[in-house]
Write a protein that binds this ligand. Structure first.
Ligand code: CTP
Ligand code: MG
Length: 227
């Protein structure tokens, strides 16, 4: 199974001057942990890192230092995550049937989560890892007044990996481009095209490192994990 890793962001909400994926997390750059999880998952055969050209050298040095057994390719990132994934899809070998897409920023996903997603992807065209929402979520209007409260039992927080049939996801990305749909994950494009996306139970610890607090929490979780 091919794994695409969107890693071409700037980390604006982290407030750092460089890509947050290069920040230190317990002695390794953040993206190194993501790569180690992919390396340890028996179902991942090839890894595509989608990054900005300015980061390629650093990513290459990280991948080399980890002595990965799996082939790693670098793909030019875009201005948005959506564009980055679009580029990643174009880079896949012709006739690739399925792909897993996993944000570089979700550096705590376990190899088991990759494997479970890959297993489910054999029998469906679209899936995402997700967990039940713990908070009560409010939908708010432009002036900060609550419009309604969706029933919590039906709400799931989307994570990655997200897995898809490659021909179908390419079609959805093309449709999205034509219609100017702006989305923050690939499942949203699949949904807009009327295609089914299944939920695979994700992991509470599979957080997306977005702000400095997330980085501190990630460090705590890793410390516990490594004993
Ligand atoms: N990403 C990408 N290409 C972009 C923007 C984001 O590949 N043009 C990637 C990020 O590197 C990250 C994932 O998409 O692994 C999720 O994005 P996010 O957490 O929003 O990261 P950033 O965009 O870097 O952060 P921010 O939005 O705070 O700037
Ligand atoms: Mg972003």
């Amino acid at each position: 199974m091919h794994l695409l890793i969107p890693a071409a962001g700037s980390g604006r909400r982290m407030g750092s001057s460089r890509n947050k994926l290069l920040l230190d997390l317990l002695g390794k750059p953040l993206i190194a942990w993501t790569l180690l999880a992919a390396e340890a998952s028996p179902t991942i055969e090839q890894i595509g890192i989608i990054g900005q050209a300015e980061d390629w050298k650093a990513f290459d040095a990280i991948a080399t230092s980890l002595n990965l057994s799996k082939p790693v390719e670098f793909i030019q990132g875009g201005a948005t995550r959506q564009e980055s994934v679009y580029n990643g899809l174009q880079s896949l070998p012709r006739y690739t049937e399925h792909v897993l897409i996993h944000d570089g920023a979700r550096c705590l996903a376990t190899p088991d989560l990759f494997d479970r997603c890959a297993d489910v992807l054999i029998s469906c065209d679209g899936l995402i890892a997700a967990i039940p929402v713990k908070d009560t979520i409010k939908v708010v209007d432009a002036v900060g007044v609550i419009q309604h409260t969706p029933e919590r039992s039906r709400l799931w927080a989307a994570q990655t990996p997200q897995g898809f049939s490659v021909p179908l996801l390419k079609k959805c990305h093309d449709q999205g481009k034509q219609n100017g749909w702006e989305v923050t994950d690939d499942a949203a494009l699949f949904e807009q095209c009327g295609l089914a996306v299944h939920i695979v139970e994700g992991e509470e610890t599979n957080l997306k490192v977005t702000t400095p607090v997330d980085l501190a929490i990630a460090e705590f979780i890793l410390r516990q994990r490594l004993g």
